[in-house]
Design a protein. Sequence first.
Lengths: 271, 409
Amino acid sequence: MSLIYCRTEPVMNPFEVPELGVHLHSSQELCYVIYENPLLVMDDFIDNRLIQFIRDDLNMEALADRLESGRRSGESSDNLLLTILSHCQYYLSSEVSKYRQTLIQMRKKHPAEYRKAKADYLFERKQYGRAIPLYEKLLEFDKDTVVNDRFFCRIWCCLGACHARLFQFDRACRAYDRAFSYDNRNEEILERMYFLKALAPELSIDSRYQVIFSGANQKGWEKKMADARAKGWESPQVKELDELFQRDPVKRLSGAAEIVKRWKQDYRGML
Amino acid sequence: MAVNGLIIGLDLCDAYTQVTCSGKEKVWTLPTVICRRKGKDEWMVGEDGYRLNLSGEGVIVDKLLSLAKKSGTATIEEVKYTGRQLLRQFLDQVLAMPRREYGLTRIAQLVITLPDIDLKVMDCLLYCADDLNIPRTRFHVVSHSESFIYYVLSQKKEVWANQVGMFDLTQSGLRYYEMKIQRGIRQTMIQAEYEKLDEGFNLDVLETASGAKLADKILCACGERILGRKLYSSILLTGKGFENPKWAAGFMRLICKRRKVYAESGLFAKGAAVRAGDLLGEDTSFPFVMICEGRLKFTVSMEVLYDGKPTPYVLAASGDSWYEAKSTTEVILDQQEEVVLQVQPVDSKRKREIPIPLEGFPHRPNRTTRIRMRTGFVNENTMAVIIQDKGFGELFAASDVVIRREIEI
């Protein structure tokens, strides 16, 4: 239990982290982002832009010099990240050690697994547009003990999910189709394609799937769909809309504009 | 170091005002009155004001300090003036005296000394300084006790090697000041206190021989009671009553016994000028902890993690002027749901803890709540604390939660 003293940091140009949709205004925020998002920062986070921010805005000349010389001498980015955490004193040394272990564990992963973890991280943060090229890159890997049919099936499924969340139902459907080609016993893929068709009836799906759907657990899928719809009706967002439409036309219009603006921002963030 | 401008000490009382400049002998003494010429926006102060009023050409206002203290007003020829307006006008006229005398208009430092420290009067004086275009960095208000300390310290060391006593006899009454020095290993502490004595009398009684004799007797009794067998390095006499102390022959005999006695009429103004001069230097010439009216008698701190180590962070230190002891600090909460202030009196090693619970603050992950703490003082013993939730940048937006507390210390 303590109070951490905050030094004066004359930040004039906050540091943008587009993947998180935020700007950083202090060394503590920088440390927090590094610590909580290792997959985001492990590869190319420390660049000239960040060093300039540390030097000019955080007024940490010594740290900036240390990072610059580290980069010149080819020091690993993991070490440089640990240097930032140790220098800023926002985390205890025991926590920095734990972070070091996390980085080591990540680096020990198969390159394909590591990249998938990175893409999954972006997916979790709803950064679908940024996750898609990473997943696509994984499809170029040569087969081995890790990169097998099951792995490719998972990657295509992830791509399907990314496209579906970007409302690109055609592409999503094609991705699930490819996933099914790697694992034609996977009922989960069929279920997702069924849901896509239900959401976008105009979607053209290969006729062989119609046959497969009829033989599958359609009732169970219908129930899941109904449950999801019912849950949707109860969601705070829908309730917010309901309340909005009960207001007078002027307030309704300005409220709707606000919501649409928010949706647009959210969608742009996903791309 | 050559100073560009006047270094002024100004003693502002309800009855009289004294002005002097650092390093100069001249002291201007005038009644604290202001008079406006009828039908004109022309102002006179002091004796000139009285003359204008006696000639029937002006309207006079006195007790300007009391007027400002009670946020009062005065109406002159159907124009209502606030206490602050009149005080501003008065100060402008008074400051014109040294300006004229020394041919300088810029004020490098101005220290006003008051008999009693009052928040309202201090605020009013600060606004007056703003109106007179004197930046706040060049304007300070201190108590008479503080001026007394600075005056004494500016004298030869033998004058203040040990205890110093002072009698201040004015139309407003009789006060006894005492200054003690505590020499420590790390620092020297200088403490000054005063006592308003009931034995005060109207100075008009000195105009008759019997009145003067009675006044001398009163002072003698008073001196015997206060000075007793105590050892003093020196005794000072100040105030209008001691301008010519011939009437107090008995009292003088008493205090001069085995003691050095000095009389100084513009002592508080001179002390204020010493303080003003000291404020101009990069380092103080008086590296002591001074405890007196207007200065804090305790240190308020809180423990923070600085460079990863628990360190006491001082919000206000003993000896700081309470009016100027303001601080703004930002800290991040690390599994902490309260801010604990530690108060250590100057005369004790025991610390008292004052917890301020952060009620109503939003729940966030650990170390993602930054708070801004602003502290100041309402009076010598009451600290005002404002704690504001600043969130954690754009990662966790700030709420509008603010905690305001006034703490009796």
